[in-house]
Design a protein around this ligand. Structure first.
Ligand code: ASP
Length: 330
């Protein structure tokens, strides 16, 4: 899906809501305000995800509203996008690397800090579920490439061609014009990072992507790196990222945001600081997009990005909407 579509689908009402959240969270909290926030009735269950992934949030909400746990909700939620071949940045139908290989990255993390991840996984449509198996069935956290693929077959996953007619055609066109150069773009960052709080108040998250289109073969981004593309701390909240993964890795972005929330920042303030850290390192360079999304233990959410265009979906009993992140760095 392209950014233009996200913009079209974002409602102005949602933008207003984000604006209100932002204003409320930008002031410095006094101790009594902090105590008042702590006393807020937590919003739960709730699910949020990067970008306008309607069907994914619907699925996660179906799990949560039926009393399911946050871990199952995020896994089943992001699987919807992994299976959607019209989404050319996640799972089956994701764009290949510059050598013509579709390689997928994903991770998952639960309320107890357990996590699993797969990087450079080929021929398997649901990397998030393989990541969950790594977490639950092995003593390891990350499996890569051929080893991850072999493990997936052992766990019963089937081999699939991840190319579609559309991505194959685009790749052939790219080969003609690109001179084999990987370019950083601002528009096409549609990784799905999902964070959920279940009825028990427990938090889990998942993140899955085909990574940067036409990346150098072997490249791994932030999405499957615990602490970079995703981090959960059940005492505090969770964070996830989309955009140029190299920049997120440099600041261990999602971990940073969760730690900032632990120190008292709201999700909105923490995301803003996360982006600012990245921009400081880049000394004025802005030719890339980053979108951070965070949730705290109370179910408050926030998002921030370098350039306009980032949106996130939120679903709780209060409603289901696509929120355009109207506060950004640029
Ligand atoms: N963060 C992903 C990566 O760098 C890409 C994206 O979000 O579009 O692999």
């Amino acid at each position: 899906m392209e950014r233009r579509k996200f913009l079209k689908n974002s409602s102005l009402t949602a933008a207003g809501l984000v604006s209100a959240t932002t204003l409320a969270s930008c002031k410095t909290e006094t101790k009594s305000e902090a105590a008042a926030i702590a006393a807020i009735e937590p919003i739960k269950p709730i699910v949020v995800c990067t970008w306008n992934f309607l069907n994914a949030t619907n699925k996660a909400w179906e799990v949560l509203s039926a009393g399911g746990n946050a871990l199952d909700a995020v896994e089943q939620g992001v699987m919807v996008e992994e299976a959607d071949v019209t989404n050319e940045t996640v799972g089956k139908g994701g764009r290949p690397d510059r050598d013509g290989n579709v390689t997928l990255d994903a991770c998952i993390m639960d309320k107890d800090g357990n996590c699993g991840s797969v990087v450079y996984l080929q021929n398997i449509a649901h990397p998030v579920s393989v990541a969950r198996k790594v977490m639950e069935e092995t003593p390891h956290i990350i499996l890569a490439g051929k080893g991850a693929e072999k493990f997936a077959y052992e766990q019963g996953f089937k081999k699939e061609d991840l190319f579609t007619e559309s991505t194959r055609k685009q790749y052939e066109e790219w080969l003609k014009t690109s001179k084999y150069e990987t370019t950083i773009n601002i528009e096409n960052h549609d990784t799905i990072g999902m964070l959920a709080i279940d009825a028990n108040g427990d938090i889990a998250g998942a993140c899955t992507t085909s990574g940067m289109a036409y990346k150098v073969g072997g490249r791994v981004g932030d999405s499957p790196i615990i602490g970079a593309g995703l981090f959960i701390d059940n005492e505090v909240g969770g964070a996830t990222a989309t955009g140029v993964g190299e920049e997120v890795i440099r600041t261990v972005g999602s971990f940073l945001i969760v730690e900032l929330m632990r120190q008292g920042k709201s999700p909105q303030e923490a995301c803003e600081e996360g982006v600012k850290r990245i921009m400081k390192k880049n000394k004025g360079r802005k030719d890339f997009q980053i979108g951070f999304l965070a949730i705290n233990k109370n179910g408050e959410t926030g998002g921030y990005c370098v350039h306009p265009g980032f949106t996130y979906r939120e679903y709780s009993e209060k409603g289901h909407e696509n929120r355009e992140v109207i506060s950004f760095y640029e």
